[in-house]
Design a protein around this ligand. Structure first.
Ligand code: NZQ
Ligand code: ZN
Length: 386
């Protein structure tokens, strides 16, 4: 096992009716900025519950945060925080809203010039951030219990990630019943994103880490079992609860302790979203199966373990088991309603060169757990994804 440093200070309040507990976790004298997206929280009653729970506190609002939040939008929020002297941010929504709160929290106190520098330095220049909490309505990204965030600068089509130990939510409220209103597309996206977060941390090479491996395999198997149930019975609370906790556990730092990590699929996926607007999970569902096929040799032992333990494929030739496991993975994404080819999104071979150019300009030229995913490998992956 590799050395590691585990830190995660986020308090999780999980279960039905927990929004009422906001009153206990937001300081009573806080000047709150309530941040949200395009209005789903107004339709499903979450907004009203939040306002009621905040009681007498001074609350301002910042709405209209788009999926794949933009730097341009968040600059407006940063201004608002400064002019209204906001001292607590409350993100209510999916990963896009929570990621936005992280960026605004850091940028509002940033003394290093233009806030874009935070993205350029991937967060290493953050020395403080405003406190913030989250109410999660879309289980997918794990943003509710991690310190990462992804922001897109529309003017230059750059989607960049940063993280900082100052950017963990103080708390996150996870009420699975608030996910009943998710559109089918977002149920599928959420399951696929969480699944691939686990894969990025698990499917590398063995370092004798049975605890992490079995945690990861447990998460993968649970997502495979529960995901289709959420599509079939959208108001099954237990199914939603299990999926929600899977998505959080998939990217809160626990399964990545002491193991190598990949993330090449995510880096290529971010460029696809920046250039073509695909949903985050759609990009991953396209890239991961080809990534595993192209890099089969380097991932052989873990692929075999994955085939055996996650898909119960242990009979016959090792290579055939691995191929079958990758096919099962791709079929699972399709079953969740997330298409797995570039052509399903009206993209053809012409999209490949610009994606490679973007990867190069963002210094994404030696990706993966062994830093051996060159631009040439990325090209092969994209070609196989057509
Ligand atoms: O904007 P509203 O109206 O709220 O609608 C949202 C949005 O249109 C809707 N939605 C959310 N909860 C709902 C709901 N609709 C009905 N009922 C509910 N309960 O869902 C749509 C998508 O929301 P979004 O927040 O964009 O989705 P997601 O949670 O998948 O977040 C994606 C973003 O997170 C980043 C992605 O790159 C992308 O920008 N990621 C963040 C990570 C992190 N912080 O660790 C890691 C991930 O790998 C990922 O990169
Ligand atoms: Zn992701």
């Amino acid at each position: 096992m590799l050395n590691f440093d585990f830190y995660n200070p986020t308090q999780i309040l999980f279960g039905k009716g927990r929004i009422a507990d906001l009153n206990k976790v937001v300081p009573s004298d806080a000047k709150v900025l309530l941040m949200y997206g395009g209005g789903s929280i107004k339709k499903n009653g979450v907004f009203d519950e939040v306002i009621a729970a905040l009681g007498e506190r001074e609350v301002s609002e910042f709405s209209g945060i788009e999926p794949n939040p933009t730097y341009e939008t968040l600059l407006v929020a940063i201004d608002l925080v400064k002019t209204k002297k906001i001292d607590f941010l409350l993100a209510v929504g999916g990963g896009s809203v929570i990621d936005s709160a992280k960026f605004v929290a850091a940028a509002a106190l940033f003394e290093g010039g233009e806030p874009w520098a935070i993205l350029e330095k991937r967060g290493s220049n953050i020395s403080k951030a405003l406190p913030f909490g989250a109410i999660l309505t879309l289980p997918a990204t794990g943003s509710e219990m991690n310190s990462g965030s992804v922001v897109t600068r529309r003017s230059i089509n750059a989607k960049m990630a940063f993280n900082s130990r100052h950017c963990f939510p103080k708390f996150s409220i996870l009420d699975p019943s608030k996910t009943f209103t998710l559109p089918v597309r977002q149920i599928g996206n959420g399951a696929v994103d969480a699944f691939i977060h686990v894969m990025e941390q698990y499917l590398t090479y063995p370092v004798n880490s049975p605890v992490q491996d079995r945690f990861a395999e447990g998460l993968l198997k649970t997502i495979i079992e529960e995901g289709p149930k959420a599509l079939a019975n959208p108001e099954d609370y237990d199914v939603r609860a299990n999926l929600m906790w899977c998505a959080t556990m998939a990217l809160n730092g626990i399964i990545s302790t002491g193991v190598p990590q990949d993330w090449a699929t995510h880096m290529i996926g971010h460029e696809l979203t920046a250039l073509h607007g695909l949903d985050h999970a759609q990009t991953l569902a396209i890239i991961l199966p080809s990534m595993l096929r192209i890099r089969k040799e380097g991932k052989l032992e873990k692929l075999l373990q994955y085939a055996e333990r996650v898909w119960d494929l242990r009979e016959g030739d090792e290579n055939a088991c691995i191929d079958a496991a990758i096919t099962c993975t791709q079929d699972f994404f399709e079953e969740m309603g997330v298409k797995t080819h570039l052509s399903d999104y009206a993209l053809d071979a012409d999209c490949i060169t610009p994606i490679l150019a973007a990867l190069e300009s963002h210094r994404m030229v030696t990706l993966g757990e062994k830093r051996d995913v060159t631009l040439d490998i990325s090209r092969q992956v994209l070609e196989l994804s057509l």
